[in-house]
Design a protein around this ligand. Structure first.
Ligand code: NAP
Length: 495
């Protein structure tokens, strides 16, 4: 058995960021449970051709680990993975990491006031549990009738089959989200032909960006330069919030830029019409690409403007009724996001699972703590994602909140934090009010920010990073149940 003060589940940006924050707060008694054989989270799992970050790299990293050596404005995925390996090494996290150690279940033991974590091998017992398992970890495989009858390789973008030979192959891609717009321009260089199933067109704005030279990197390495670059990028990111959240003027300007981009890159009016979204700008995540439209407009791609509806005896049948053939089928169909798979595994007070608590969609206080789940912290869970700025910033804010909450816990004789249900209800109401008139709820699209069953915005934080920082900083510990006077008495040795 491993006995620890804090167990962190996951070693992507969130898990590593949490570990760093604990170390800086003088807390060294933690372990990081990682089901895979290495750190890196989404950047370990996503190895599809073209994988890259669409947030500028100098902002898409830890403030404590600025990196002057990025190869480009938008670094490719393998470089980000190496960065995370490097951070783990520089932070000396090797002895804290338990690789190939999945959380198969976690149960709150009320009498002992600990979390008991089943890893399939040695159990882990922890005073506090931090879930940093990612919100885009489990591939979403659409329920398409006959999918298994497809004769060739089928795989998801996040589980790329590097054994599949693309050269000379006819590849079908399902989906037109952030992964697909990066993948398709690379596929056209390698495959004989690509058929793209587009259920909904995406709003796409120019990406820009440059490859950095040695001189650039030397400049970034000058003292103070990266801090200035980061501050500028942060400000630009925050500036994008207005256009993503429905501000009329900012949205109209950004939408015009997207339409001009489409017009400039796609000449054929019929194809252009298919690629024009029929819902409000910002409703789905706005994508950045300079290469997707030219690829789709090229002879190498057939755009099927409807969903993959069925696979019939190896033939791909579209919602439109059209039939297509392919040698390889790639599912760029996203992830289980609003219903997090880990929620089934975590059992809190009264034996209730997190999934049961979240049966009407994810809820929390401070996007991090949940009633009935003492000493549990969830990162990247309820209302902690962004569409306008770097998600690493949110991870840093959540880590800081958790460090403060642990300090509050330490002031309590029973060393247990229980969130008041009223605090969760009030926070959920605040989110609902902020989200009510945004395009995520009113824009006429379906998106993975919104819980399917409740129709609430449960994944996205409906504000700026600054607003998130201020909201979390405003919490003063009163979100937790006051310590029961009987407990205080008992701790003082009174009977
Ligand atoms: P996604 O945005 O959820 O896109 C999934 C796509 O699959 C959508 O276009 C969806 O259509 C489509 N789809 C699902 N079932 C289908 C069917 N039966 N037929 C046709 N289409 C179908 O997933 P993703 O592209 O993997 O991106 C997920 C998130 O990962 C991103 O939004 C982003 O946060 C992150 N990501 C980030 C980067 C980056 O550079 N930072 C890169 C890649 C991914 P509908 O739109 O109609 O539902």
């Amino acid at each position: 058995m491993t006995r620890t003060s804090i167990a962190i589940v996951g070693s992507g940006f969130a898990g590593l960021g949490m570990a760093m924050a604990l170390r800086r707060a003088g807390r060294d008694d933690f372990v990081i449970l990682e089901r895979a054989a290495s750190v890196g989270g989404t950047w370990r799992d996503n190895t599809y051709p073209g994988v890259a970050c669409d947030v500028p790299s100098h902002l898409y990293g830890f403030a404590a680990h600025p990196n002057p050596n990025w190869s480009a404005t938008f670094a490719p995925g393998p470089e980000i993975r190496r960065y995370l390996d490097d951070v783990a090494e520089r932070e000396n996290l090797g002895d804290r990491l338990r690789l190939r150690t999945p959380m198969l279940g976690a149960e709150w033991d009320e009498p002992a006031r600990v979390w008991r974590i089943d890893t399939g091998a040695e159990p882990v017992v922890a005073d506090a549990l931090v879930i940093a398992a990612g919100r885009l970890s489990e591939p979403n495989v659409p329920a398409v009738a006959g999918l298994e009858s497809f004769a060739g390789p089928i795989f998801h973008t996040a589980r790329w089959d590097h054994g599949a030979d693309l050269s000379g192959a006819h590849v079908a891609v399902v989906g037109t989200g952030a992964s697909a717009v990066q993948l398709v321009p690379e596929l056209v260089k390698r495959a004989a032909h690509v058929t793209l199933f587009q259920r909904s067109a995406a709003w796409i704005v120019p990406r820009g960006g440059v490859t950095y030279t040695e001189d650039d990197r030397a400049r970034f390495a000058q003292p103070g330069t990266l801090a200035r670059v980061r501050a500028k990028l942060y400000g630009e990111g925050e500036g994008r919030f207005a256009s993503r959240s429905g501000d009329a003027t900012a949205s109209a300007r950004a939408q015009n830029s997207a339409l001009e981009h489409l017009t400039a890159q796609v000449i054929d009016p019929a194809l252009r019409a298919h690629l024009t979204p029929d819902y409000a700008f910002g409703c789905k995540r706005v994508l950045l690409s300079d290469t997707f439209y030219p690829a789709v407009a090229s002879d190498a791609v057939t755009l099927e403007p409807s969903a993959l509806a069925a696979v019939d005896d190896g033939t791909l049948v579209a919602g439109s009724g059209a039939r297509h053939t392919a040698d390889i089928l790639v599912l760029a169909t996203g992830f289980a996001s609003t219903r997090q798979p880990y929620a089934e595994l975590v059992r809190g007070e009264h034996g209730r699972t997190l999934a049961e608590h979240w049966s009407h969609g994810m809820t929390s206080f401070a996007s991090t703590v949940v009633p009935e789940f003492p000493n549990l912290f969830v990162m990247n869970g309820p209302n902690a994602s962004l569409g306008h700025n770097s998600s690493v910033l949110m991870i840093e804010e959540q880590s800081a909140y958790i460090v403060r909450a642990l300090a509050e816990r330490d002031r309590r004789p029973d060393r247990v934090l229980r969130v008041r249900p009223e605090a969760e209800a009030a926070y959920t109401d605040e989110i609902a009010a902020a989200a009510a008139s945004t395009p995520w709820l009113t824009g006429g699209c379906s998106n993975w920010y919104v819980d399917e069953r409740s129709g609430r915005l449960t994944l996205l934080w409906p504000g700026t990073v600054q607003a998130f920082r201020e909201r979390l900083a405003a919490s003063d510990g009163s979100e937790f149940e006051p310590v029961h006077s009987a407990v205080r008495g008992k701790e003082r040795g009174e009977s």
